[in-house]
Design a protein around this ligand. Sequence first.
Ligand SMILES: Nc1ncnc2c1ncn2[C@@H]1O[C@H](COP(=O)(O)OP(=O)(O)O)[C@@H](O)[C@H]1O
Ligand SMILES: [Mg+2]
Length: 321
Amino acid sequence: MTPLQPGDRLDHYRLDRLVAMGGMASVFQATDLYTGGKVAIKVPHPEVEREPQLFERFRREEAIGLKLNHPGVVKVLPDGKRSRVYMVMEWVEGRSLKQIIEEEGKLPIDRAIRLTISICNALEYAHSQSVVHRDLKPENILIDSEDRIKLIDFGIAGQAGARRITFAKFSDTMGTPEYISPEQVKGQRGTARSDVYTVGVLLYEMLTGKVPFTGDSPFVVMNERLLNNPVPPRELNPAISPQLQEVIYRALERDPRNRYSSARDMAWDLEHLDQVGVADRAELRNWRNRRTPRTRQILVYVGLAMIPLVLFALLLFAARH
Ligand SMILES: Nc1ncnc2c1ncn2[C@@H]1O[C@H](COP(=O)(O)OP(=O)(O)O)[C@@H](O)[C@H]1O
Ligand SMILES: [Mg+2]
């Protein structure tokens, strides 16, 4: 397959502009020559077409998109007769949440809350259709000029019951280091509660301008959430109320059993912040004491080194009495 370029015709679409080129596919803005309307067309890279597992994943993204029908989820248009494999979506005019945070920094509190509630509502719908997104991040949330959100990129979304696809380089349980849940870091398959965790990361970032866990390598970033607590949001932005901070902590619970059980519960709390009881959290007191795998190792070695010393002291004590 020859690479496509702006200006090319693809069946009854004209490609107008290359919008993004990712690992698996290129996204073009295009015109539907039947209706004159704008659409987005996602075309898998030739390598993807040759690799059956990646290809199946691409088809699954399309199948999930066709099944979901919600104002907060990008619409995928059904397949007509096509000369090659590609996905057609409604064109979403706007910016990604990533661009918005880059351009505007911290968002005003009420706007961050409103956006998060919309994200929760779209997720609640997807979850009700047994679809878990598993790769939520600011690039995958588009926001139009009226602040309406659209979730895109269900590329590694799981349909409960769908056959699990594993592939050579990284497992399909993986999202993006900054945004994935602790259980996904541990190699488990993401669930609805994993998406809720990620919404907690997004809300933290919208309110503070920073992601909760950072590091020099993806491994460190992922591991941080297993070992340490983030800087409390209120330390970074005192305008955040204790109740709003509590909602973030409830979403970021390391153990999924302690987390909000659904996106709807999280949205409900955000809509009724005055009713949120603020817990006395250890995370608020001990976040400065950072644990690292290295210091734990050193402690173990120091402990082991103490054993002969203690034995020697005991022998000495016994010998003298
Ligand atoms: N329906 C759409 N309307 C407008 N822009 C889109 C649309 N879908 C994707 N894009 C743009 O293309 C980028 C990549 O799309 P995405 O589906 O996330 O692909 P990838 O799997 O490569 O991450 C998005 O971040 C967004 O900027
Ligand atoms: Mg994407």
